[in-house]
Design a protein around this ligand. Structure first.
Ligand code: NAP
Length: 244
């Protein structure tokens, strides 16, 4: 019987990086998906290998269907007995602007990365995940922005809300095959994505009075990917220090 692997898109930095470390801690071999930052992806990989875990890096732009399919196909060719049983659709970008000033590029890049990316990667992996009969876990990283809406982020809020709709629908398609599909909606988490925000001002609005840590999101994702979470599907779990 082959091994069950985890794939984390955007595993090179921030929340995805912490999720890669969590899978390694759970004893699951992890594929670190990245777009352009090989040095960061390799650092995550080396760190897991040094601790005795199993990891590799895989470069593809989630918004590019041909790249997604070619990268995942070459992984499958070199792992004929194994399959990707844990998928975290985490890759995402922001291009904030008020809608009346938003360019086509701002709109398209955010939607294509979050929504098309989720579609291309998940569609490719689903047949194996369902056919093997050994279960699967899909966790989609949405956002507080996708739940409540934030001025200056119509593109990002639309993308993150779409992820929630897709999660709830897909969960119903795959439940009978023991594949769960859930979404996680973080509030403000300390990563490159939030490094230019006015943290001192924003912290005052958060009941916990601090940003969250990537490791805190990774713990939740790890739980959703565990056997103990087998009956949770189609759910959206917020992790935001009380900020709604
Ligand atoms: P981050 O630090 O900016 O890291 C983004 C990651 O996504 C990087 O690994 C990057 O790869 C990858 N990526 C970006 N575009 C990609 C593409 N087209 N194809 C493949 N990979 C791509 O972001 P983060 O803060 O960790 O955010 C991770 C996820 O959590 C995102 O979906 C974000 O929307 C969501 N989120 C974040 C927060 C927050 O406060 N930070 C809150 C709610 C939700 P490279 O390293 O190769 O560039």
């Amino acid at each position: 019987m082959g091994l069950k692997y985890a794939l984390v898109t955007g595993g090179s930095r921030g929340i995805g990086r912490a999720i890669c470390f969590k899978f390694a801690e759970m004893g699951i071999p992890v594929i670190i998906g990245y777009h352009s930052n090989l040095a960061a992806a390799q650092e995550v990989c080396d760190s897991i290998l040094q601790k005795g875990g199993s990891a590799s890096v895989l470069k593809f732009d989630v918004s590019n269907k041909a790249e997604v399919e070619s990268a995942l196909n070459s992984w499958e060719q070199s792992h004929p007995d194994d399959y990707i049983a844990y998928l975290v659709n985490n890759a995402g970008v922001t291009r904030d602007n008020l809608m009346f000033m938003m360019t086509d590029e701002d709109w398209d890049s955010v939607i294509k990365t979050s929504v098309n990316g989720l579609f291309y990667v998940t569609r490719y992996l689903l047949p194996q995940m369902m056919a093997r009969g050994r279960g699967g876990r899909i966790v989609n990283i949405s956002s507080l922005s996708g739940l409540k809406g934030m001025a200056g982020q119509t593109n990002y809020c639309a993308a993150k809300a779409a992820i929630i709709g897709a999660t709830r629908a897909l969960a119903q398609e795959t439940a009978a095959r023991k594949v769960t599909v859930n979404a996680v909606a973080p509030g403000f988490i300390t990563t490159d994505m939030t490094k230019d925000l006015p943290e001192e001002e924003l912290k005052k609005m958060i009941p916990m009075k601090r940003f969250g840590k990537p490791e805190e999101v990774a713990e939740l994702v790890g739980f959703l990917c565990s056997e103990n979470a087998a009956y949770i599907t189609g759910e959206v779990i917020s992790i935001n220090g009380g900020l709604f």
